[in-house]
Design a protein around this ligand. Structure first.
Ligand code: G16
Length: 541
């Protein structure tokens, strides 16, 4: 075995001078320097599966919202969660081993450390997004898997959430927690049926135009539509745009959730009419943001904060109407990027508890797991809802005391099915939003009318080493470089309702700066000032 491990590492040598890190969403960088990482991820995935007695582990090849020339890889735990933190560190160490012999030695060291029986079967599910580099990188990954003697299933092109779904379904098949049929068709059937049941006869108003970011989400949504009720059957009319996966260089370019959220504007190709509902996915379809233009052609964004508030209020209503208010509580998890007005709305109007975590779905997911019902969304549109096992039990066993309670309980149970609890899923999330709007008989204007966002600006600063920027307090304050936070605080003081923070991105080589204030001009000015503070600090040696 040691010989085959070293051989796989030798076939894909690590380029000199690059330090790899398993970051916010796995390894992510320029695709042409990832071959060695993929082969080694194959080894790590095999070890992880063996450490868990042969449970299926997922490996997704994607760089999500990043530009087409980037790629990346992330590992998925058996229940569809993100990789355990301890194993992120081990993956980083493995990726940075210099020689093939070092790789083989570390492989054996890990096996010894975790008392892994190397004759236990290793099972790995792999999939990728539509990037041009994906097929080459898959080859490298497979070399690693074969060297470690793993059994693997290749699902080809998948959205990231589809991979999470299949991993969880494979590991729960035949148990009381069975999540679904572990195939692509099983995914469509589960969410298609749940959508129909959750609508319960309510009809979505108007149509929805979905921008697929020219990534894998477009064709997969087109497939999912075949499993949804048609407009004539009381379903939703969906138009898929920006679904050109034949031209991978167009991925995320002038379209997609990150473009819309960061630029606060619709993709230039957008041709919809006033008040028409639109949404944009990202490159691997785990994020979604909604938006529309009003009759004066003014753009309005309905981002992850809006989805969280909409869904939390809907679930709150269903819980009350089902007669479960005394048994189940709901909480909302956000990051520092959440608009101050959204946080206020959740606390003051919905009267729900808000937790704030660092960026990265794994942090939000962990916080949400501590709640009965945890609604977690990053402002960028990444999120879902999770229900604790006790809560699911309570919902399943509850006996309604009136027809009205039964009605609400039926919708609640179908909504639980509609939510991809393994991970934030743009396709499941967009159907969920449509269900809520249909039940409330709301269009985008009513949704927008729930509260008024504070004007805000998100910007990126390129510095020579982003790793010198260290934060605390869920990334809301910088502790390093010295003195920088004081300068930021001084600028924040000068504007009304000002708030700003800077943090190193975990997926791009940049420091992100967020600012909000009472007016657009003040928010933009604050962002500019904080960006120049960061730029100056980043330039110092
Ligand atoms: C990934 C993470 C998200 C995070 C985003 C940006 O998203 O999964 O949790 O918000 O990166 O992170 P950062 O600001 O650290 O670059 P995706 O959709 O790119 O996988």
């Amino acid at each position: 075995m040691a010989a085959s491990i070293a051989e796989a590492a030798r076939k894909h040598p690590a380029p000199e001078g690059i330090v790899y890190t398993y970051g916010t969403a796995g390894f992510r960088t320029k695709a042409d320097v990832l071959d060695s990482v993929l082969a080694r991820v194959g080894l790590i995935a095999s070890l992880r599966s063996r450490a868990l007695k042969g449970k299926w582990i997922g490996v997704m090849i994607t760089a999500s919202h990043n530009p087409p020339e980037d790629n990346g890889v992330k590992l998925v735990e058996p229940m569809g969660n993100m990789l355990q933190e301890e194993w992120e560190v081990l993956s980083t160490t493995m990726a940075n081993k210099a020689t093939p012999e070092d790789v083989a030695e570390y492989y054996n060291e890990l096996a010894a450390k975790f008392k892994i029986d190397l004759s236990t079967p290793a099972r790995v599910v792999v999939a990728r997004d539509t990037r041009a580099s994906g097929s080459r990188l898959l080859g490298c990954l497979v070399d690693g898997l074969k060297a470690a003697g793993a059994e693997y299933k290749d699902f080809g092109f998948f959205t990231t959430p589809q991979l999470h779904y299949v991993v969880r379904s494979l590991n729960t098949e035949g148990t009381k927690d069975a999540y679904g049929v572990p195939t692509e068709k099983g995914y469509y059937e589960k969410f298609g049926a749940a959508f129909k049941n959750a609508l319960k006869g309510k009809k979505p108003q108007g149509s929805l135009t979905v921008d697929g970011a020219n990534g894998v989400g477009g064709p997969k949504l087109t497939e999912l539509i075949k499993y949804l009720p048609t407009k004539e059957e009381g379903g939703l009319e969906i138009h898929v745009v920006n679904d050109n996966v034949i031209k991978p260089e167009s991925l995320n370019v002038d379209c997609g959730a990150d473009y819309v959220k960061t630029n606060q504007r619709a993709p230039p190709t957008s041709k919809v009419g006033p008040n028409d509902r639109c949404c944009s996915l990202d490159g691997d379809a785990d994020r979604v943001v909604f938006y529309f233009k009003d009759s004066s052609n003014v753009f309005h964004l309905l981002d992850g904060d809006r989805i969280a508030t909409l869904v939390a209020s809907f679930l709150g209503d269903l819980i009350r109407q089902s007669g479960l208010a005394d048994a189940i509580t709901i909480g909302v998890v956000q990051t520092a990027y959440a608009n101050g007005a959204a946080t206020n709305y959740v606390e003051q109007t919905l009267k729900l508890k808000v937790d704030c975590t660092p960026t990265g779905v794994k942090y939000l997911h962990h916080a949400a797991e501590k709640l009965d019902i945890g609604v977690y969304f990053e402002a960028n549109g990444h999120g879902t809802v999770i229900f604790s096992p006790d809560t699911l039990d309570t919902i399943n066993k509850h006996e309604p005391r009136s027809p009205a309670q039964k009605e609400a309980l039926d919708v609640l149970r179908a909504t639980v099915e509609l939510i991809n609890q393994a991970v934030g899923d743009a396709l499941s999330d967009l159907l969920l939003v449509e269900v809520v709007l249909a039940h409330k008989s709301w269009g985008v204007e009513e949704w927008l009318g729930t509260y008024t966002d504070l004007p805000n600006k998100l910007t990126k600063v390129i510095v020579s080493d982003r790793n010198i920027f260290k934060t605390t307090d869920a990334e809301r304050k910088l502790v390093k470089p010295d003195g920088v936070q004081k300068q930021i605080d001084a600028e924040v003081q000068k504007v009304r309702q000002g708030r700003s923070f800077a943090r190193a991105s975990g997926t791009e080589d940049a420091v992100r700066v967020y600012a909000e204030a009472a007016t657009k001009a003040e928010a933009e000015d604050l962002a500019r000032k904080v960006a120049s503070i960061v730029e100056a600090a980043g330039a110092k040696k």
